[in-house]
Design a protein around this ligand. Structure first.
Ligand code: PLP
Length: 416
């Protein structure tokens, strides 16, 4: 970033960061670079570009060291510089899906013989990758509950035969779909406790709060992960993922990304960069709508319990963690309807304005049934332990008029 731009807030820089109009005929917006490769002016330049890209380098160097679209391209660099600014990290990497970001990170930071400590619940795809795919590569996992304290977690890891080989602590907070929260600062202390001869890294899936409402780096996280399909993309029209962190960790991740070939394409990266421009505005409106919906649901005779960070008060589980690390309740809520699957399905089938679909973080409000949909590949006993029951409904609140959302929900509840 040039010195004169340093004084402005990230919110304002989302419109211009990572794009230099003078490189593209003074175009205010970055064009889509629909090309697979870039011409070097000399062989020496080609050599120098490879050295810079494989050796790291700052954003300006990267912008001027374009090689081949699987390694880097201008739209990718724009998106990555914007996320790194929001997350307060040195660099970021964008991928063609959230799962591509997560699986590349897990493969890079956990190897044969290693142990991953994971929070529960995790998004179904992540849970399934850790439990069913990583064992094929010699990686074991250990589950901790967000309700456990620091010493309890230390004791849990210390009693595992692979305690010396703990390589990654993987958390999702708030968790999909229960909204349970992990204290990131406490997990960073646990990471430090187990970092002896071997490096241990702390990864946090920040999809649920997005880079606006929670900044895991400030609390000690090393790797911050996103399904950028959600708030960052924000319009239910793309699939993407991201990870941010230090230059050295991003260099490792990008090296594996270029071998797996799962970087975000020019078109996806362009859409992402554009969506960053409205991220603040969308998330603030979505969160204020979510609070209105949560207040309506709370105490409704057809609703047993609402799980929403913005309703937490002193004495509630996670209240202190919420106060410490989140700046808003966000726009994701879940609630347990009175009854079970039959009542939940009747409610979902009677929504009109709100769409019955998985995914989250978009401009339109979406509702779904985690038990039989996005969390269905988590083993049933694990689902019940964390409270993903047949009565649970998940809602991602959009930017509609909140009175209309409440009307639609009220009508559907009357039918359930
Ligand atoms: N992490 C969380 C918390 C999610 O909710 C999801 C998807 O719903 C993912 C990761 C995976 O992201 P994607 O669907 O973009 O691959």
């Amino acid at each position: 970033m040039s010195k004169s731009m340093d004084e402005f807030s990230p919110e304002s820089l989302m419109m211009s960061l990572g794009h230099d109009p003078s490189l593209v005929q003074n175009s205010i917006k970055n064009p889509i670079f629909q090309t697979s490769t870039f011409e070097f002016s000399t062989a020496e330049e080609g050599k120098a570009f490879f050295e810079k890209v494989y050796g790291g380098g700052n954003i300006k160097e990267k912008n001027q060291s374009l090689i081949y679209t699987r390694l880097n391209h201008p739209n990718l660099i724009t998106a990555e510089s914007r996320l790194a600014l929001l997350d307060g990290t040195e660099d970021a990497a964008f991928f063609e899906s959230g799962m591509a970001a997560i699986t590349t990170t897990l493969l890079e930071f956990a190897h044969v013989g290693d142990l991953i400590l994971m929070s529960s619940p995790l998004y179904g795809g992540t849970d399934s990758f850790i439990k069913n795919i990583l064992p094929r590569y010699g990686v074991e996992h250990l589950i901790f509950s967000p309700k456990m304290g620091k010493q309890e977690i230390i004791n849990l890891v210390s009693s595992h035969p692979r305690k010396e080989n703990l390589s990654l602590i993987y958390c999702e907070t708030p968790a999909n779909p229960t909204n349970s929260m992990v204290d990131i600062e406490m997990m960073a202390e646990i990471r430090d406790y187990f970092t002896k001869d071997k490096d241990v890294y702390l990864a946090v899936d920040n999809t649920y709060m997005g880079p606006i409402f929670q900044q895991p780096k400030k609390h000690g996280a090393d790797l911050i992960l996103y399904s950028a399909t959600k708030y960052i993309g924000g319009h239910s029209d793309l699939i993407a993922g991201a990870c941010s962190g230090s230059n050295s960790l991003m260099l490792r991740l990008k090296s594996l990304r270029s071998k797996l070939g799962c970087m975000a394409s020019p078109w996806t990266s362009w859409l992402i960069s554009r969506s960053f421009e409205t991220l603040y505005m969308r998330m603030e409106k979505q969160a204020s709508n979510a609070l209105a919906v949560a207040r309506f649901l709370d105490g409704h005779p057809k609703v047993k319990k609402v799980h929403y960070a913005g309703l937490l008060t002193e004495g509630d589980d996670y209240f202190e963690t919420y106060q410490k690390q989140c700046t808003s309740g966000g726009a994701m809520l879940a609630f347990d309807i009175v009854g079970a699957e039959k009542e939940a399905f009747t409610f979902l089938n009677h929504l009109n304005l709100i769409k019955l679909a998985v995914s989250l973080g978009s401009t339109e409000t979406l509702a779904s049934h985690p038990e039989t949909m996005s969390s269905s590949n988590i083993p049933k006993e694990d689902r019940l332990t964390v409270g993903i029951t047949p009565a649970m409904i998940r809602m991602s609140v959009g930017i509609e008029n909140p009175n209309d959302l409440i009307k639609d929900i009220g009508n559907a509840l009357d039918q359930s």
